[in-house]
Structures are given as C-alpha cells and as structure tokens.
Design a protein. Structure first.
Length: 278
C-alpha cells in the first residue's frame, strides 16, 4: 500500500461521516459526468463516502439515475424543475452530517499541487471554530467562470466597499495588502476572511455548518419564498433572498432575529481547488 492511500484511509477513519456534498443538477449530463469524474479521480470520493454524496436532479430522467448509479451517489429529484431555491432546501434537509458542501453540476476538482485531504481538513477545522462560516472552495486565483471581473480602472478605485471581495482575489495583484486590515488564518492552507458586508451570498461551491443552514438559512429562504410573490424561485431566488436580506417582506420577530444571526456570517477563501467549468 502506498503512502497516499494510507493517508486517505487514516483520514476516512477520523472524519468521513462529518461532511456531505449535495449536488444540484439540471440536464447537461455530459458536464455533470465530467464534474463527478474529476471528484472521483482527484480524491474527493475517497474522503466523502457514497452515503454522504447526494444529488438532486431537476426534471429527473433515467439518464440522471444512471449517472447517480455509475458514481455511487444517492439521489433525489423531481419530474419538474422546482428551482434552485427549493432544490437547495431539499438537499440541506436530506443532510445528516455536521457539515455540508453545496455544489452545482459544473464545478470540477482540479489536479495540481493542492491536496484535497488538506482542504477538507481545513474546512472541518474552520467550521468547528466558526459556526457562521461560509467556506468558498473554488481556487481563489483560478476560480473559473465568474459573473463579475475587475480591470485596470477598477484597480485604481477605492474598493473598500466592494461587495464581491472573494471574487476579486482572482484579479487583485496582492490580496494580502490590497484591502485594509485583511484578516488571514492559517491551517494547512492560508485562508482570507471577509465579513458579511464584504461579500454577497453566491452559489459558487462552498461549505457550511449544517445547523447554520438548517436553523438560519432555510427558514429565511422559506419565509421569503412564501411571502415575496415577486421572487424568482426558479433561478435567482436563493441568492436574491440572501443578498437583499433586509428587504424580506412580512418580517416578524423570529425572522428579524434570524437576519441578525445571518449577518454574523464570515466568508473564507484560499485553500480550495474547484473550478467553475461553465
């Protein structure tokens, strides 16, 4: 047995029941197969056992079920496209582990100098230390497709109030000094830390404490879904709810308290190695 495999086996013994990965997929089966193959070949499946790999299929088909079987994943789904928000809720509610990774169907795991074992170890350590953490798992210098990008003009402006600081790590010249008082924590890898007001919520692959999602995020999503009739439930509703958190309608004391809890979120980025293959 080589040392790499021995390391994985020891790792599995200690933490393999602490983390679940929930995949959200709609059509694009060829892309999703590339994603799952990269996760399998580059070590993630050695860390996250089959019972903790769950796929939600929108407009589920026999081809989707075959993919789940091929990659030894559990699956749930719906014959209709129920939207990202509702599918996310079902994935989180199906999670039975302490920690949860949310992954859409086009985030491949790259093969390079990053060690996925160290990344997941860091993820578990951060989530143990910070119950409000959202850990972005894209490679921070090479995250793949982004909906927002900077340029030379952007770099010349004061960006202390910029709301996409995690994304900006991929283009700013020196992330450690570009923003004032940049927080950094070191585990196996170096992780940049941002406050809630520094980074809007996005669905780029991330990990959170399951209790944070179940007890804070899901109730906020359900309340906004059921009270905001202008909400785009199918596509942007999840992100819109959390980006525009103060404008959730019909807030009662319970929802107001959840919003204050949500604002304690801290966002970590640095030791991930996934790439948005859109």
């Amino acid at each position: 047995m080589n040392m790499y495999k021995l390391k994985i086996l020891n790792f599995n013994k200690n933490i393999n029941n602490k983390i679940t990965i929930g995949y959200l997929s709609w059509k694009r089966q060829d892309i999703f197969k590339q994603t799952l193959e990269s996760h399998k070949q580059n070590g993630l499946f050695d860390i996250v056992p089959s019972e903790n790999r769950i796929i939600f299929f929108q407009e589920i088909s026999n081809e989707d079920k075959d993919i789940a079987k091929l990659y030894n994943c559990k699956y749930i789904g719906n014959k209709e496209n129920i939207g990202i928000l509702n599918a996310f809720i079902e994935l989180v509610e199906a999670c039975k582990t302490e920690y949860f990774i949310f992954c859409e169907n086009d985030f491949i795991l790259m093969e390079n100098n990053y060690d996925i074992i160290k990344t997941i170890n860091d993820t578990n350590s951060i989530l143990k230390d910070d119950k409000y953490a959202q850990i972005k798992l894209s490679n921070y210098k090479n995250p793949g497709f982004l909906y927002i990008n900077g340029n030379n003009e952007w770099l010349e402006q004061n960006q202390e109030n910029f709301k996409y600081k995690v994304e900006s790590l991929s283009w700013i010249p020196n992330p450690k000094t570009f923003y004032n008082n940049q927080q950094i924590v070191n585990y196996n890898y170096e992780w940049f830390i941002f406050n809630n007001e520094d980074q809007v919520w996005s669905n780029h692959i991330y990990a959170c404490n399951t209790n944070f999602l179940k007890n804070i995020i899901i109730p906020l999503l359900k309340h906004n879904r059921d009270n905001n009739f202008k909400l785009d439930i199918k596509y942007q509703g999840l992100e819109s709810t959390l980006v525009d958190i103060d404008n959730i309608p019909n807030k009662n004391e319970y929802i107001i308290n959840l919003i204050e809890e949500y604002k304690k979120r801290k966002i970590y980025s640095g030791g991930g190695n996934f790439y948005h293959n859109k």
